[in-house]
Ligand binder design. Structure first.
Ligand code: GLN
Length: 191
């Protein structure tokens, strides 16, 4: 079985839990649980960092003593939207203390103020058919460092990456019921 935790400080935690529950339904002995304390990280295989407000999640990680434990987490990280901002090593907003899990520069709210959200059929490396990507006040990576595999980009920038066992998305694979990217992530944990 696979043990997945969802960082549960702020953001779309319930959606991540539901999506991973479904993706793990056929793997006996698997579990998905919300994570609020450093102790809860022990023996997890994977951690999801949800969408939400990266400045708020950053502040709450500091307050709850979670910054170092999450930055040093040895399993795979599945980060979406605000989670992608947090997983970077450089962010365009000093209120976010990034976790440096993935060497990349991320710009918050990269679509401009007029466009709050957008849906696109996105080509993602490794998927046979396009993925319906939902962007909500989304970031983009403007630069990806060594060892970062760019899985998808749009004119504004990079919107899906893989770095070893970690994956980060500017959109929300946890919304919309398409679990192909969850499955790719879970398969990557076994390597
Ligand atoms: N704009 C948010 C941030 O930068 C992310 C939005 C989201 O997670 N849907 O924190």
């Amino acid at each position: 079985g696979v043990k997945v935790g969802v960082l549960a400080l702020q953001g779309d935690v319930a959606e991540h839990i539901a999506a991973f529950r479904e993706a793990l339904a056929e793997r006996p002995g698997s579990s998905v649980a919300p994570i609020r304390r450093a102790e809860d990280l022990a023996d997890l295989d994977a951690l999801a960092i949800p969408g939400g407000e990266s400045t708020t999640i950053s502040r709450l990680m500091g307050k709850n003593g979670l910054y170092e434990p999450v930055a040093e987490f040895e399993g795979g990280v599945f980060a979406t939207c605000a989670g992608m901002v947090l997983s970077a090593d450089r962010v365009d907003d000093p209120r976010v203390r990034p976790l440096s899990l993935i060497p990349m520069h991320v710009a918050r709210n990269a679509f401009g103020r007029q466009v709050d959200s957008r849906e696109t059929m996105l080509e993602v490396a490794g998927l046979a058919e396009p993925f319906r990507a939902v962007f909500i006040r989304a970031p983009v990576a403007t630069e990806a460092g060594d060892g970062v595999e760019v899985l998808a980009r749009i004119p504004e920038g990079i919107v899906a990456v893989r770095h070893g066992r970690h994956m980060a998305f500017a959109f929300h694979p946890e919304l919309g019921g398409d679990l192909r990217l969850h499955r790719v992530f879970l398969e990557g944990l076994e390597v």
